[in-house]
Every structure is written in structure tokens, then in C-alpha cells.
Design a protein around this ligand. Structure first.
Ligand SMILES: Cc1ncc(COP(=O)(O)O)c(C=O)c1O
Length: 379
């Protein structure tokens, strides 16, 4: 009894260790083989994973790279996005989205988000289109796809390239279509904490356009199509075999894990939906939301988070300071008030513990403490 009670007093934000213990016997022989054969970069596991991940996404092609950031960066370059081009995205994302736009030589342009889904608002995005706009990058934030019907129509109307930032959306669907198959290309991250996570840095570009994938393959390998013959300057962004071994083992379980997250989210919804002081995440009923993160909004967020920390509940903030207010983008000249929906959400958001193996008891403990914390704010 004491053990069960103690385990409730320390609920991690994310638990990777339990699934890793289960996976180790399956992975260990392949690790040993790769080490003994000194086969580290590219090779059979990388090639096999590329095929398996493309099939999982219902896409024709996949090129792995060494991070989600480089997946975006090289997808942009492969699609001809560069100097002089404007790329529209949202300030409510991880900075990698806009870093990659700048890395490709283009200029990020911000548009506010939809107040329900927290993903890019297509109507506002259309207002931001100028003659220099080349592309639009929706971010499938927290595991739910942006409004891709409206964005695909917008891209068509203005002849724009559409690149999905699917770093948080492996297996999510929008009205029956898989994340990563609706734009000209999509970027995935396999950072360890993602729903499909490697044991280090890794990422991938997915596309139905074989030429785009060929260009990514060349760019990730110093621009060479043949060893030491460089058609263009590229980068060193190849994925290694050890990541592919882990990713292949985890990919087999990803569907089950995503379903477990969706069930856990439903339970949070039931427990917290009645509490007037907590805004639960909106889910479009026609979407499969993979709940990479379960994010609620609360008033006095910092003191609520502090209360949860004191009671052993791990939480996160994704993301506390919108990109347009970051020092890194001072050059854009934005100020507070420019993107009010993003700012409203950023001040109140709080990510609760979410991982496939989270138990009902752990979720009850999180909900009880959260309700206590918001009740205290009312007194
Ligand atoms: C929305 C988003 N875009 C891009 C990235 C970049 O991925 P990586 O950390 O693998 O470079 C991340 C991951 O943190 C992300 O969450």
C-alpha cells in the first residue's frame, strides 16, 4: 500500500523508462550486431525504417535525417524555398519551425492561431499572403492536425508550397487522411520524448514527390549523389543505424501507444471537463488526435503549476513565450498584442502528464491536485 501511495506522489510528466525496459530484449541483439559490424551510418536498418515509416504514413517516400529541425530545413531547400521568400507560420510553436525557415534563407511571417485548436488560422494566414509569399507551414500542434482542408485550398489559390510540421503528429489523422500526406512534404521529429522517439536526435521528411525526397537525400549527405562529387553544398544530416533500430521496434507499437494516449486523454476530459476553471483541449470529432501533449488552460498558471510540482506532479509549458516576443525575433519588430490568441493561450497553458502507460490512479491524482489548485485560486 505504501508503495502505491508513494508512486502517486511522484508522477512524471513523461515515462520512457517503462517502455524501454520492455523493448530492450528486442533491440539488444541488433545493437550488438551494428556495433560488432561497425555499421553506424545509413545501412539496412535505416533503409528498412524509411520504407516502414512511409508505409505507416500512407506516403510514397521517406528520407530520414538527423533531427526534425533538419527535416524542415532540408524539405524547404528541396522544395526551392530560400532567399527572398516569405513563409507563413504561427508564433505558437517550438522555435525549430522558424529556425528552419531562416536556415533555408527565407523569412518567417507570423499569423495567429485558432482559439479552439491552437493551430494556424487559415483566414488570418490568407491575409498575410504577399507577392513574396512562397510557402505556408502549418504545425500539427500537440498531436492534432491543423485545418488542412482550408490550408490546401489556400495554398492552391495562391500557388503556395505547403509543408506540414508534423513533428508532434506521428499517426494523427485529419478527416481520415494521415498527417504528413496532405502537403507537398512533411517533417517529423523523432526526438526521444515524441510519440515515436529515437534514442538520440533523429527526424524524417515524408513526401509523395520522389524528386523532393531525392534532393533531401542529396542535401543530407553534403550534396553528393556520388561519393566526393558534390553537385551542391549540403549538410551532414544523416540518421544513424542505432536510431533506426530503436525506431523500427517502436514503430510496431506506435498504433497501440497512440490509442492508449487517446484513452488517457478521454479520461482526463471526463474528469476535468466539468471543472469550470479548467479549459480542456478541443478535438475536432473527425480527427484522430494522438495527444503528444495534453494541454489545459488555467488562470494563474504559474501558481497552479507550482502547486502541482509541490505535490509531485510533473508538468510542462509548451510554450510559455510566443515566438514573436522572443529576443531571437526582435528584428521583426513585433510587440505584445500583435497575436492576441497566441498570447492568451501562452499565459494559461499547462501540459499534464501524458504517456501510454499512465494509470487511472495516476490520472485521478493529477486531476484531484489540479482541481484543488484551481479551487485555491478562487478563494
Ligand atoms: C513543432 C516542432 N517542430 C519542430 C521540432 C524540431 O524537432 P527536433 O527537436 O527533432 O529538431 C519540434 C521538436 O521539438 C517540434 O515540436
Amino acid at each position: 500500500m505504501a508503495d502505491a501511495a508513494d508512486s502517486l506522489k511522484n508522477i512524471p510528466f513523461l515515462d520512457l523508462k517503462t517502455s524501454h525496459q520492455e523493448l530492450w530484449p528486442e533491440i539488444a541483439p541488433f545493437y550488438e550486431q551494428a556495433f560488432m559490424n561497425a555499421a553506424f551510418i545509413g545501412g539496412e536498418h535505416v533503409n528498412a525504417f524509411e520504407k516502414e515509416f512511409a508505409a505507416f504514413c500512407n506516403a510514397n517516400h521517406c528520407a530520414t535525417v538527423n533531427s526534425g529541425t533538419d527535416a524542415l530545413h532540408l524539405a524547404f531547400r528541396a522544395l526551392g524555398i530560400g532567399a527572398g521568400d516569405e513563409v507563413i507560420t504561427t508564433p505558437h510553436t517550438f522555435i525549430a519551425t522558424t529556425e528552419a525557415i531562416s536556415l533555408a534563407g527565407a523569412t518567417p511571417v507570423f499569423t495567429d492561431i485558432n482559439p479552439k485548436t491552437y493551430t494556424i488560422d487559415p483566414n488570418l494566414a490568407e491575409k498575410a499572403v504577399t507577392p513574396r509569399t512562397k510557402a505556408i507551414v502549418p504545425v500539427h500542434l500537440y498531436g492534432q492536425c491543423a485545418d488542412m482542408d482550408a490550408l490546401m485550398a489556400l495554398a492552391k489559390r495562391h500557388n503556395l508550397v505547403l509543408v506540414e510540421d508534423a513533428a508532434q503528429a506521428h499517426g494523427a489523422t485529419f478527416h481520415g487522411r494521415k498527417a504528413g500526406t496532405m502537403g507537398h512534404a512533411a517533417a517529423f521529429s523523432f526526438y526521444p520524448g515524441k510519440n515515436l522517439g529515437a534514442c538520440g536526435e533523429a527526424g524524417a521528411v515524408v513526401s509523395d514527390d520522389e524528386q523532393v525526397i531525392q534532393r533531401v537525400r542529396q542535401l543530407r549527405d553534403h550534396g553528393q549523389a556520388q561519393k566526393y562529387y558534390h553537385d551542391v553544398e549540403g549538410v551532414n544530416a544523416r540518421m544513424d543505424a542505432l536510431q533506426a533500430i530503436v525506431l523500427r521496434a517502436k514503430l510496431k507499437r506506435l498504433g497501440t501507444w497512440n490509442d492508449a494516449r487517446a484513452r488517457a486523454a478521454k479520461y482526463y476530459d471526463e474528469r476535468l471537463g466539468e471543472c469550470g476553471q479548467v479549459t480542456i483541449p478541443y478535438r475536432d470529432p473527425d480527427n484522430f488526435h494522438i495527444y503528444h501533449l495534453y494541454v489545459v488552460l488555467v488562470e494563474n498558471r504559474d501558481s497552479v503549476q507550482e502547486y502541482l510540482t509541490r505535490h509531485g506532479v510533473g508538468t510542462g509549458l509548451h510554450y510559455p513565450l510566443p515566438l514573436h516576443l522572443q529576443k531571437a525575433y526582435a528584428r521583426m519588430g513585433h510587440q505584445k498584442g500583435d497575436f492576441p490568441v497566441t498570447e492568451h493561450v501562452a499565459e494559461r497553458l499547462l501540459s499534464l502528464p501524458m504517456f501510454p502507460g499512465i494509470t487511472r490512479e495516476q490520472q485521478d491524482y493529477v486531476c484531484d491536485r489540479l482541481i484543488e489548485a484551481v479551487d485555491q485560486q478562487m478563494k
